[in-house]
Design a protein around this ligand. Structure first.
Ligand SMILES: [Zn+2]
Length: 245
């Protein structure tokens, strides 16, 4: 069982190394990287490295940047990922160099769909939260089947399926992860300012983190679930290739 997932997990682990950086970008350089592809979908990972939000330093969301880069390679699509410590949170502030970069990428490459990746903790008893701003950034029935086909189970926030592994639950527009009903998210920016479809995908640690070393704050190594990680990557891959713009 382990072995069939290993090549993908190894690839993600090697891509993840670069996102542990704690320093700012060199003077005059951007704190994000852009990968240009041919398929008109953009995968965004605005919290791939540590960043400031309202003056507080937030740790990077592990493996999010790695998954974005993997998807860009596998699907020949575009990606934007933070590459250094950022003094702002592009998923929070109205104006952002990161958002401006998305705007020019979308215009230059006729991108028709943006997937904004985030990481959530395991404690919500679900593997994936799909945020569509109550159906206004894209039709959730277009996104969700790709997760069902990959082994996830559609769940309602009030009736999470307790009889299956927590990671299998996938919830659309969970009140905590709506994609931007209140906040100035990337998903909201894309839908409302650029007028193309977008979705926010929150991945729990279990479906995202291949391996996380012990730190001073968290003195234990952590391993996500290989089957769950493979399922989430395959679902995203299937979603991306299905999009025709
Ligand atoms: Zn995030």
């Amino acid at each position: 069982m382990m072995q069939q997932h290993q090549p993908l997990l190894n690839q993600l682990a090697s891509l993840d190394g670069q996102f542990k950086v704690q320093s700012h970008a060199p003077e005059g350089e951007n704190w994000f990287d852009i990968v240009v592809g041919r398929h008109p979908v953009l995968v965004s990972a605005p919290h791939a490295c540590m960043h400031l939000r309202d003056g507080a330093l937030k740790m990077h969301e592990e493996y999010k940047g790695a998954i974005a880069l993997y998807l860009a390679q596998a699907c020949d699509c575009h990606a934007i990922v933070t590459s250094h410590r950022a003094d702002e949170d592009p998923n929070w502030t109205l104006e952002s160099d990161y958002k401006n970069a998305i705007r020019s990428l979308v215009e230059r490459h006729d991108i028709g769909f943006v997937i904004d990746l985030h990481g959530m903790m395991n404690r919500y008893h679900m593997g994936v939260a799909i945020g569509t701003i109550k159906g206004s950034s894209c039709d959730p029935s277009f996104v969700e089947p790709h997760f069902s086909d990959a082994g996830f189970i559609s769940a309602n926030v009030d009736a999470l399926n307790q009889s299956v592994a927590a990671w299998r639950n996938v919830v659309v527009d969970h009140p905590r992860f709506t994609g931007g009903v209140v906040n100035h998210t990337v998903t909201r920016f894309v839908a409302q300012q650029l007028n193309i479809q977008s979705v926010q995908i929150e991945l729990a640690s279990e479906v995202r983190v291949v391996r996380s070393a012990a730190t001073a704050d968290w003195p234990r190594e952590y391993y996500g679930n290989p089957e769950a990680i493979t399922a989430s990557v395959h679902a995203l891959q299937s979603l991306i290739v299905s999009i025709e713009c």
